[in-house]
Design a protein around this ligand. Sequence first.
Ligand code: SAM
Length: 274
Amino acid sequence: MSDHNSLDDIVRYYDDAKESSRLGAGWFQLEQARTQELILRHLPPAPATVVDVGGGAGAYACWLAARGYHVHLIDPVPKHVEQARAASMRQAEHPLASAQVGDARHLPQGDATADAILLLGPLYHLAEREDRLACLREAHRVLRPRGLAWGAGISRFASLFDSLSGGFFDDPAFAPILARDLEDGQHRNSTGNPLYFTDAFFHRPGELSRDFLAAGFQVVEIVAIEGPGWLARDFDRLWNDPLQRERMLAAVRKVEREPSVLGASSHIMAIGRK
Ligand SMILES: C[S@@+](CC[C@H](N)C(=O)[O-])C[C@H]1O[C@@H](n2cnc3c(N)ncnc32)[C@H](O)[C@@H]1O
């Protein structure tokens, strides 16, 4: 296991970040709606066992538990696990099966015990390929035969689009971060500015597929999560208008597999079958 980008750095970063409310603001709402859509597209009917690895404060884990799934959440950040437990207690009729501190590279679950595994975080936080493959092999071990894994990657080009549309392209502190992102996908933030995220790896869509294949998965599909929708000017106005929201979702769905557009999405989702 590489000690670059150690779990201590991750814990420190999220101690200051507001992960528990992130998905309720701005274009993250599109990320959430599309992620839910892509999960439901392939998930077997409830009850089935789901392990949400890197589940954060429990947004998807609690949503799935409320739909009748047995959901186990794993996350290395103690604050997130406490928030997930609190969210689980608020839905007493449909609590999480468990929520515990842990690392995607060493899951506590037994072999072939899960029907579905969510990896919506670890694959970009683990900067070294050997660690990403260890995470995917663990998911493969824990899945039952023909079980499915959903893995989110951040696009290699996300920080280019984000800096241009977000107005920080000309920050001299950001220039070397962007140059390295575009060079090899290794995102390094030594500025201390949380706007520039934490150390991570940004995938090309083909690299995410290759990681899944190398860990023994068949790739069922590789799709854009937000597509270009996250770059919409005046996102909230469109999202809060039901007609425009549906038009945006339909447009994103229409181009979700278009190779020439995939890298313009902030996140890419690979779905793999054991
Ligand atoms: C941006 S949050 C996403 C949370 C949630 N899955 C979502 O999609 O909204 C990324 C999560 O990945 C977790 N994470 C980072 N490294 C991890 C690792 N090695 N094993 C498991 N989870 C990890 C972080 O603690 C954090 O909760």
